[in-house]
Design a protein around this ligand. Structure first.
Ligand code: MRU
Length: 367
């Protein structure tokens, strides 16, 4: 997507310098910084510290990390070490393991001399595929938005609500939940997006930045406002992303998603989840019982980052000294609360039948 008219992806390969470059998301929306990711430690830090974030982007970054490892030492032992080193950075988003598994499966049979080149080509492929998957999700979600728009008086906006940042910054491009929004906006459908702030890390500010840059009308709201807006008929549809979806359609996403789904259910508001197929974990059925939930540093809760009156980016403590903080980063929304899954192959029920119907080969391969 574009920043001040210039097209960007969230990561790209700098072929001249032979290095991966990323937008360092820790400073957004206040400061736009591009940094190189070079050493294996850089890759792990980029993912753990959320310089890159969002399930699909974590996966693509890990693929480039594997390419880096193969350039350093293409042995089987180093391949396995890189897999373990990168996989442990963040436990919930399945795209990380999906990308690492895909790399290892493709690279293992190759002669060591061929691995570095093949790994880099594969990382490029994974990044490009992500862009195309998200574009298709956008077209499939656009059809749903068009249906809502058709029932409204001409010119009245379709009012969407989203949680966290499932935008182009969370993927390589387009975003998942935001892709239908960008497509609808570009198709001339009037939209208004309620953007949840998404404490503790306020990924909603990233979503606001993205939507604002693209000219999409939106309002940044507190995490607790969504239920109220739904009760008053001010939300036509919720679209969120997902970090891991089970084979039967339970959705694990940013903390607070479950509460939005409950409020949507209680108020008859359609609750859709934008789901790229690499985000399905076919080995898991019961999301609440089986998906590991990342517990992050309590400082993310007790402190908040923003622009200070002096104009710099600063951290402010919001709790009394020494207050213990709890920081589960994700929650699980059971499939019964999900109206549908918007995938690159179409929209399906949040159920085993729905997912296996669209992705029979993946369901079969998982057994
Ligand atoms: O902790 P984050 O910022 O990586 O969490 C991101 C989310 O929860 C997104 O909604 C999810 O990864 C889907 S991204 C297209």
């Amino acid at each position: 997507m574009k920043i001040n008219g210039t097209p960007y992806r969230s990561l790209w390969w700098n072929a001249e310098q032979d290095v991966l470059e990323i937008i360092d998301q820790r400073w957004l929306p206040h400061d736009f910084r591009v940094i190189p990711v070079q050493s294996m430690q850089d890759f792990a830090d980029a993912i753990y510290e959320m310089r890159v974030r969002g399930a699909p982007l974590i996966g693509a970054t890990a693929a480039y990390g594997m390419a880096r490892a193969m350039a350093e030492d293409p042995s089987d032992a180093n391949m396995d070490a890189a897999w373990t080193f990168l996989e442990k950075t963040r436990p919930t988003a399945i795209n990380l393991r999906w990308a690492l598994d895909r790399c290892r499966t493709a690279l293992r049979p190759l002669a060591e001399a061929d691995r570095a080149g093949a790994a880099l080509t594969l990382a490029h492929e994974i990044a490009d595929e992500d862009v195309e998957i998200n574009r298709q999700i956008g077209l499939n979600g656009l059809a749903l938005i068009k249906e809502i728009a058709a029932k409204k008086p001409a010119g009245e906006p379709v009012r969407l609500l989203t949680h966290c940042n499932a935008g182009w910054l969370a993927t390589v491009d387009w975003g998942t939940a935001t892709s239908p929004m960008y497509h609808a906006h570009d198709a001339g459908i009037p939209l208004h997006v309620w953007v949840d702030e998404t404490r503790p890390r306020n990924q909603g500010a990233l979503t606001s930045w993205e939507l604002g840059s693209h000219g999409v009308d939106h309002t940044y709201i507190t995490d607790n406002a969504g239920g109220h807006l739904m009760q008053h008929g001010m939300v036509d549809m919720v679209i969120t992303g997902t970090d891991r979806t089970t084979r039967r359609g339970d959705v694990c996403n940013k903390i607070g998603t479950y509460l939005k789904a409950l409020a949507a259910h209680d108020n008859g508001v359609p609750f859709y989840v934008a789901l790229p197929s690499p985000t399905v974990d076919w080995s898991v059925s019961d999301g609440v019982a089986e998906i590991p939930i990342e517990e992050r540093d309590a400082r993310e809760v007790t402190h908040i980052q923003g622009v200070t009156d002096a104009g710099g980016i600063g951290l402010v403590q919001v709790t009394p000294d020494g207050t213990p903080g709890g920081n589960p980063a994700f929650d699980v929304t059971p499939n019964r609360l999900v109206t549908g899954l918007i995938t690159e192959r179409g929209v399906c029920d949040a159920s085993e039948e729905g997912l296996a119907g669209l992705f029979p080969e993946l369901a079969r391969a998982a057994g």
